[in-house]
Design a protein around this ligand. Structure first.
Ligand SMILES: [Fe+2]
Length: 192
């Protein structure tokens, strides 16, 4: 009896292990897909929250704080938009057409110009009420882009799982460049 029991236990362990390995593989696949969406959507959420913080800093006349936040936005959106332009948006041409993809690319140029203008003004010191209102208008336009970009996450759901997994890795790896949007888009010098 003893050998049979051992054999049975061994078989049960093997089945359990097999199921565990299969589940591990399944979760790994799902994790890989989830990583891209979590990272991508997390970027948009962070941009929205930071833009709202900039607005609050402007309302409270905290000019240095507002500048720090806008510089952080510049650094974070550079790799994100570079990723979109080089890897994600080309995937959307068959889905929404070249014209729409070109509009999305043009929006990035507009966003870089907004950041450069806001940074430049904040570096000059205190702002008048009219200037605060103008900057808030600029920030609203930037926020509109972040909201529009959430639609890209929906379009990405149409891509094959292997490509989505690869996109997740590309998005994360591009962050290592640390190149601000204004530099990547050529509206500021590297040291600006
Ligand atoms: Fe985006």
């Amino acid at each position: 009896m003893e050998p049979k029991e051992v054999a049975f236990c061994n078989m049960e362990w093997r089945i359990g292990n097999f199921v565990a390995v299969r589940l591990q593989g399944l979760f790994k696949e799902v994790d890989g897909m989830a990583d891209f969406f979590a990272e991508f959507r997390g970027d948009h959420r962070w941009v929205m929250q930071t833009l709202l913080e900039v607005q609050r800093a402007l309302e409270q006349r905290q000019w240095e704080r507002a500048l720090e936040l806008v510089e952080a936005l510049d650094r974070a959106t550079g790799p994100h938009m570079e990723f979109e332009e080089k890897h994600l948006y080309p995937e959307f041409v068959p889905l929404v057409g070249q014209e729409r993809v070109q509009e999305m690319l043009n929006d990035h140029g507009g966003a870089a110009q907004i950041l450069q203008r806001v940074k430049g003004r904040l570096r000059q010191g205190a702002l008048s009420d009219e200037e605060v209102a103008a900057l808030k208008g600029d920030l609203q336009r930037f926020l509109r882009h972040a909201a529009d970009c959430e639609g890209s996450a929906l379009l990405a759901e149409a891509l094959p799982p292997e490509r989505i997994e690869e996109l997740g890795r590309l998005l994360v790896s591009l962050r290592a460049t640390g190149r601000p949007l204004t530099v990547y888009r050529g509206v500021a010098a590297a040291q600006d």
